[in-house]
Design a protein around this ligand. Structure first.
Ligand code: COA
Length: 410
């Protein structure tokens, strides 16, 4: 672009939060980058969950051409929880892409998150190539499960439970909330559901159902599942319906067995699927034929460490941490994180001590929830051991007791 046009362009452009009055226009631009329209249902949803004061939009001559936003949530980390910015609505209009608008918005957004005192930002990425450059790393992975009926049977089915209840999802929120509240803090990667978030978790517009029936809940003492059934018949007129699990949370093996037995054996269905199961879901181990469920790995949540000291102090570590681990962190996008950090059971602070490991902030984000290991990252050429034994020790210290998992997108 000649410099005179560049100057005119720069003079037209303004970056600021969208107001509540501008929020429909904001949502319209955000959705149009995903080739979707703002329906009445979507408008009502964004009005309910949106936080306009946390939005950022580029205005070109007063018209919104790029958007990003964040929800205020709490993220479970190994042994605790942390305030986080759940980043959403990242979009640049097709007319304005590849001019650096996302880069500038993200720079401002991460600085804002830091000013709010949230040590971590998280997001779901539409494409894998976008966020590494901004210091995000893949922190959770998930499993796509497909179980065939009747082959998939729970080997030790529980006694019939008279407390099994099923019906429209909205009728069981309180029972589900109780289970979720207890399980959430035991699994890194899960999010709190205060405010509008339980209702939003049941969001089920007909346009998104792809032939499925409205969302149902099945509840037992100690667990629940959200699911919908897509009824269908194959070319030979044989029933081939699909049970689609949205979420299954169980506090006990008995509750889990009851819920899976129910889901796997719905009349007139041929399969049960779950797009976003925990990577360590025990279903294959529960079946009399473990091959009756096919498991494929899918990407999960991306995490960005905004404040190394605050983020690393918020979680617990394995015993291999002791007495300390010193990390040399590079972070070109948020330079306030650069330098050496000493992690102990008491917290995390800057230090001059000799480092055990050197890594980029995206790799720290990937390892933060205890899923991706530092050994894996070192094998990928991303983490460097600087003191003998530091890698094995650091990797074991960061690894969580359970696989991190985020059951919900936002
Ligand atoms: C992804 C999107 C927001 C990028 O916005 P943008 O303003 O064009 O991004 P920038 O100009 O700041 O790009 C910065 C860099 O990222 C790269 N980049 C941008 N989008 C990319 C993608 N989808 N895949 C790989 N690289 C990408 C650019 O090439 C550029 O690289 P460079 O600095 O080496 O030249 C925009 O293309 C978009 O709205 N896409 C559709 C909606 C979407 O997928 N949003 C993300 C939701 S999670």
């Amino acid at each position: 672009m000649p410099w005179s046009s560049a100057l005119r362009y720069a003079a037209r452009m303004q970056l600021r939060p969208a107001t509540r009055e501008e929020f429909d226009a904001f949502s319209r631009v955000a959705l149009s980058a995903f080739h979707r329209e703002l329906s009445d249902v979507a408008r009502e949803r964004y009005q309910r969950i949106g936080e306009p004061e946390r939005s950022l939009a580029w205005f070109d001559d007063g018209r919104i051409v790029a958007t990003t936003g964040a929800f205020t949530r709490r993220l479970t980390v190994p042994g605790g929880e942390v305030a986080c910015a759940a980043v959403t609505a990242v979009a640049v209009a097709p007319t304005h892409r590849r001019r650096g608008l996302l880069t500038a918005m993200t720079r401002r957004q991460l600085a804002d998150v830091r000013d709010r005192g949230e040590p971590v930002a998280i997001l779901w990425a539409s494409e894998g190539g976008i966020y590494g450059r901004f210091g995000y790393g893949i922190a959770t992975r998930a499993a796509h499960l497909v179980a065939g009926r009747p082959a998939a049977r729970v080997a030790a089915p529980p006694e019939p439970d008279e407390l099994l209840r099923a019906g429209p999802a909205g009728e069981h929120v309180e029972a589900m909330r109780l289970v979720h509240d207890r399980v959430r803090l035991t699994r890194a990667g899960m999010l709190d559901r205060r405010g509008p978030w339980w209702q939003d978790n049941l969001h089920d517009p007909e346009a998104d159902r792809d032939g499925g029936q409205p969302l149902q809940a099945v509840v037992v003492g100690g667990g629940y599942a959200l699911y919908s059934v897509k009824p269908q018949f194959d070319a030979d007129d044989l029933p081939s319906g699909e049970v689609r699990v949205r979420e299954l949370i169980a506090r006990t093996p008995a509750a889990r067995a009851t819920l899976w037995s129910f889901l796997l054996d719905q009349d007139l269905t041929a399969s049960t699927t779950w797009d976003l199961a925990p990577l360590d879901d025990p279903l294959p181990l529960m079946l009399s034929d473990p091959r009756a469920v096919r498991v494929s790995e899918v990407e999960g949540l991306w995490a960005r460490i905004i404040d190394v000291g605050g983020a690393l102090a918020a979680r617990e570590y394995g015993s291999q941490l002791d007495p300390e681990l010193v990390l040399e962190v590079t972070d070109a996008f948020c330079p306030w994180n650069e330098g050496r950090w000493r992690v102990t059971r008491e917290g995390c602070a800057r230090t001059d001590a000799a480092p055990d490991l050197a890594l980029g902030v995206a790799d720290l984000g990937a390892a933060y929830l205890g899923g991706t290991t530092l050994v894996e990252l070192a094998d990928a050429g991303r983490v460097r051991e600087l003191r003998p034994g530091g890698l094995a020790r650091g990797s074991a210290a960061f690894r969580g007791e359970v696989e991190p998992w985020c059951p919900e997108t936002f």
